[in-house]
Design a protein around this ligand. Structure first.
Ligand code: CMP
Length: 138
């Protein structure tokens, strides 16, 4: 089996109608969607998902934003998925994201940066497991 990574299309990108275009870029980039759902996180769920950032000054802003509206959560499969997906989405801050990346095209700020992508294989497994059970991944 190929590697996996985990992504979320964030609330502003979903609200602005960009989820379809972002998913198209993901599949055109060679990723297979092995699980996907649309949902709204509670504050407590956003705090649990981003617990690693709990001491950062932007934690409150981040968790408020991520629970402000529906997101699309998905597990993506591809060889070298974590690294290749981070290349496809671009830098966390859209001002620094390369041309052609998802964040360059769809992000509006470092907080509202269109998509999340796992930063390691271990975190991809943990993050996928936060949203999906074994039977939800195909
Ligand atoms: P994400 O890949 O979802 O992982 C953590 C998120 O924290 C990151 O994307 C950004 O959206 C957010 N973030 C990181 N730095 C800042 C910051 N300085 N101000 C607001 N949000 C931030």
């Amino acid at each position: 089996m190929s590697d996996i990574t985990f992504t979320m299309v964030k609330p502003t990108a979903v609200a602005n109608g960009h989820a379809g275009a972002i998913l198209a870029k993901i599949t055109e980039g060679g990723f297979r969607i092995s699980a996907m759902k649309m949902l709204r996180l509670s504050i407590a769920e956003a705090e649990a998902f981003y617990a690693v950032h709990k001491d950062r000054p932007f934690f409150g802003e981040l968790t408020q934003f991520m629970s402000s509206g529906p997101i699309v959560a998905a597990v993506l499969e591809k060889e070298n998925a974590v690294e290749d997906y981070r290349k496809l989405i671009g830098a966390t801050n859209p001002a620094e994201a390369a041309e052609g990346t998802i964040r360059k095209q769809f992000a509006t700020s470092i907080g509202e940066n269109a998509v999340h992508g796992s930063d390691s294989n271990d975190n991809a497994e943990i993050e996928a497991g936060f949203f999906f059970g074994f039977k939800d991944m195909f």
